[in-house]
Design a protein around this ligand. Structure first.
Ligand code: GDP
Length: 366
């Protein structure tokens, strides 16, 4: 195929992978103006769709804008902050100011302490070397928090462009579509002249005569659980509604299985409650630690599901890490699945998760 670039965003056009940047169906190549599907939808339906790109490709692509001025809005999924904070962000964007936005707040229980959550997000960002100007908690689906956020964006952007970045599945398209509704409501929102001759793959949504929202392709983070499960299982593990905490009283030497995708062994300590925050549809099983290995070997994919058959083919083997919990009230976080809050102290647990999706511990914000 001769090399063609999208006349909306400049990305090289390809006709084979529908969820990747630059895709357009072959039949659309005959049109006078060739647009990638993402630009086409935006132009004709005012509807943006996310496409993905590897971290390295992304890095190369955005290096062209590192030195431009502007504000970065980094959208993450509050339910999978570890998996969706982009660790390479400082390398990618240089020293532009950043607003960190935790999306999908509607999934967290009402008891969530927003101040603690915000603090924790700030510190996670800092660990990744990202200095954030502000943290906002929103729900794109419900529209919660959007007006405060757009006000903040307007304050911080200083009449410059606003780059929206995030990994795939954080809700970037839902968010931007809401912004489009609010800010433009007009047709033909993509401009073609902004980065002439470059191959960026960025879509622009004009804010005023001189500046725009710039939507970037979603970065793929290979450490996200989402990459190791089938589409069906992803539906099961992704919460759709507010999470109902499930409480288990455990003695030491007992184990909780989260489906067959993760496991928490209570090794040492006084009897405690273990409060589980996972999608309401995801089954949790309690068993004796002594029996846990056998149960897992014999019943992963059946009684302990997900994984389904498709997931079992791609799921890495389990890896375990022990944690000693000394302070009051910790969350043991299984990235992409959820977490278990343990209110007590002086205990030892061992957490098992697929290799590459590493479990961590944080101070609880619930
Ligand atoms: P993108 O890949 O980052 O563009 O993400 P999408 O906008 O396609 O959203 C990914 C999934 O998350 C979809 O199933 C959305 O319905 C869902 N989603 C997006 N925003 C929210 C939100 O605020 N709350 C909840 N519960 N789900 C959301």
């Amino acid at each position: 195929m001769e090399k063609i670039n999208c006349q909306g965003c400049g990305i090289p056009i390809q006709t084979t992978e529908a969820d990747q940047a630059g895709y357009t169906p072959e039949s659309a190549l005959d049109r006078d103006t060739v647009l990638c599907q993402r630009c086409f939808r935006l132009k004709h339906y005012n509807d943006i769709q996310d496409v993905s790109m590897s971290d390295d490709d992304f890095l190369e692509m955005v290096s062209q804008i590192r030195d431009k001025e502007g504000l970065v809005v980094h959208l993450i999924d509050i339910f999978d902050a570890e998996g969706t904070i982009i660790k390479s962000l400082p390398r990618i964007i240089g020293d532009k100011p950043v607003i960190l936005v935790g999306n999908k707040m509607d999934l967290l229980p009402k008891s969530t302490n927003r101040r603690k959550l915000t603090q924790w997000l700030r510190s996670e960002a800092k660990k990744a070397g990202i200095t954030v100007k502000d943290v906002y908690l929103i729900s794109s689906v419900k529209g919660h928090g959007l007006s405060d956020l757009t006000e903040a964006i307007d304050r911080w952007r200083n009449q410059q462009d606003v780059y929206i970045v995030g990994t795939t599945n954080v809700g970037k398209s839902t968010f931007i579509n809401k912004l489009i509704e609010q800010t433009t409501g007009t047709e033909n929102v993509i401009t073609t002249s902004y980065f002439p001759g470059t191959t960026l793959g960025f879509i622009e949504i004009p804010l005023d005569d001189a500046s725009a929202f710039i939507d970037t392709p979603g970065i793929v983070n290979k450490k996200q659980m989402a990459h190791y499960v089938s589409e069906n299982d992803l539906k099961v593990i992704t919460p759709k509604k507010e999470i109902k905490p499930r409480v288990y009283q455990l003695n030491s030497q007992q184990t909780l299985f989260i489906g067959g995708l993760a496991r928490l062994d209570f090794l040492k300590g006084e009897r405690q409650s273990f409060i589980c925050y996972f999608a309401n549809e995801l089954a949790i099983h309690r068993t004796k630690l002594q029996k846990a290995d056998d149960l897992f070997r014999e019943h992963q994919g059946e009684l302990l599901s997900p994984p389904d058959e498709d997931t079992l083919r791609i799921l890495p083997e389990m890896d375990d890490h022990s944690f000693r919990l000394d302070s009051e009230k910790n969350d043991i976080v299984f990235p992409g699945l959820g977490w278990v809050t343990v209110p007590g102290s002086n205990l030892t647990v061992s957490a098992h998760s697929p290799k590459g999706v590493r479990v961590s511990v944080r101070n609880s914000f619930t």
